[in-house]
Design a protein around this ligand. Structure first.
Ligand code: XUL
Ligand code: CO
Length: 446
């Protein structure tokens, strides 16, 4: 990517230039301390491992509203004039930010970028116009689209669901947006296409035919897959698990539930999972748990990098700065051989009280440095610490003899009984969790 920042007709982040790497001794807040795009870790550069993406919605659309009050940030691109003029200013602000930050990818929903319209033809024209501008800016800067998606949760028509809505007319209306956004993703060379089922779930089981709704979701995703393949989309479709919020219960509850759904509907060859930190914790898991479940199922597609707040039970979408989380995530990723065509998308927002334009840079710099450090530590743990050896040794009894025969399916339950009688009472073996924890800390502080 060009190191030259893109600046449109007007500069939206004046006084902030391209963010440099300055190393750990730097006290410049607008510099990377750890993320050095070209630094090699193992066989790849940091940029190749991490494949960072900026999201359009939290960064350029969300002005900080919450259930108790309106937004607190005054975005200059929202104050140009008519909705289309604002959208055109916003796309310049977005590409200026992407290129000053120095990330290779971005992600967007249809209505983040283009003004929404109830009229189907008008909606499609609005999106086409903005996709044309995005394509020009991608060509000018080298920026790439990690994934596109359709917002099937904000408009009131989707209050009872999109693909799972009890009214067929709403299901069909959802197809307008999905068809248009798959086309946009193809037009922009997007590497993945995401489905987050924000309203695909229920508020009450009294009024819900869950079996029928899930069948409709399977049918809808199959149609989307077939349409995408018919127009030349070769990337992965991704489902993004989340257990609740906005719905009381969402059908794509977590990685395990979503993997089972994909297999049941024969979609697991074309679909993978987009795992988000704060969604995993809402489901009662850790971030790395859901990453590991997805990886073990061969379905780890991409990551929405954020974190929640342990005191809150809702989706706070904070920038990921917890190094234990990033080390844990990078251990899963490195053992998985990377993310393939996926990436680390910052589905995260600055706090409502963070109102300076520079805060958006600081937030991304912090998240990128945290993942870069997670990468360094996880790589060192795997390559030069006893971690992999210790874990392997715990299972050594399955590497030969009857343990190996058990794994290979060559023993019966009666064979196990006879083995137990011959082996005698098993000797106690410590799990040594504290030793593992101390090892992680030793590598983190080095
Ligand atoms: C919502 C969420 C979405 C998806 C895209 O919690 O994560 O932003 O990532 O629709
Ligand atoms: Co997300």
């Amino acid at each position: 990517m060009s190191t030259q920042a893109f600046i449109g007709a007007r500069e939206f982040f004046p006084g902030i230039g391209t963010i440099p790497f300055e190393g750990r001794e730097s006290d410049n807040p607008l510099a990377f301390k750890v993320y050095d795009a070209d630094k090699r870790i193992g066989g790849k550069t940091m940029a190749e491992h991490l494949r960072f993406a900026v999201c359009y919605w939290h960064s350029f659309c969300n002005a900080g509203h919450d259930p108790f009050g309106p937004g607190t940030r005054h975005y200059p691109w929202d104050q140009v004039g008519a909705p289309m003029a604002n959208a055109e200013a916003k796309i310049d602000a977005a590409f200026e930010f992407f290129t000053k930050l120095g990330v290779p990818y971005y992600c967007f929903h249809d209505v983040d970028m283009a003004p929404d319209a109830d009229d189907v033809g008008q909606f499609e024209r609005n999106l086409k116009h903005m996709v044309g501008l995005a394509k020009e800016r991608q060509q000018a800067t080298g920026m790439k689209l990690l994934w596109g998606t359709a917002n099937l949760f904000s408009h009131p028509r989707y209050m009872n669901g999109a693909a799972t809505n009890p009214d067929f007319n709403v299901v069909a209306r959802a197809a307008v947006q999905v068809k248009a956004m798959i086309e946009a993703t193809v037009e922009l060379g997007g590497e993945n296409y995401v489905f987050w089922g924000g309203r695909e779930g229920y508020a009450s089981l009294y009024n819900t035919d869950m079996k029928r709704e899930l069948a409709h979701m399977g049918r809808f995703l199959t149609m989307a897959r077939d349409y995408g393949r018919s127009i030349g989309f070769e990337g992965s479709f991704l489902i993004e698990p989340k257990p609740m919020e906005p719905m009381k219960h969402q059908y794509d509850f977590d990685a395990a539930t979503s993997a089972a759904f994909l297999r049941e509907h024969g979609l697991d060859k074309d679909f993978k999972l987009n795992i988000e930190g704060n969604h995993a914790t809402l489901a009662g898991h850790t971030f790395e748990h859901d990453l590991q479940v997805a990886a073990d199922a061969g379905l780890l597609g991409s990551i929405d990098a954020n974190m929640g707040n342990p005191q809150n039970g809702w989706d706070t979408d904070q920038f990921p700065v917890n190094l234990y989380d990033t080390v844990g995530a990078m251990l899963v990723l490195l053992r998985n051989g990377g993310l393939g065509a996926g990436g680390l998308n910052f589905d995260a927002k600055v706090r409502r009280e963070s109102t300076d334009p520079a805060d958006l840079f600081l937030a991304h710099i912090g998240g990128m440095d945290a993942f870069a450090r997670g990468l360094e530590v996880a790589h060192a743990l795997i390559e030069s610490s006893p971690l992999e050896g210790w874990r392997g040794e715990r299972y050594a009894s399955f590497d030969q003899g009857n343990g190996q025969r058990f794994e290979n399916g060559e023993l019966s339950l009666a064979d196990l009984r006879d083995h137990a009688e011959a082996a005698g009472e098993p000797k106690q073996t410590s799990g040594r969790q504290e030793a593992y924890e101390n090892l992680i800390n030793r590598y983190l502080v080095r």
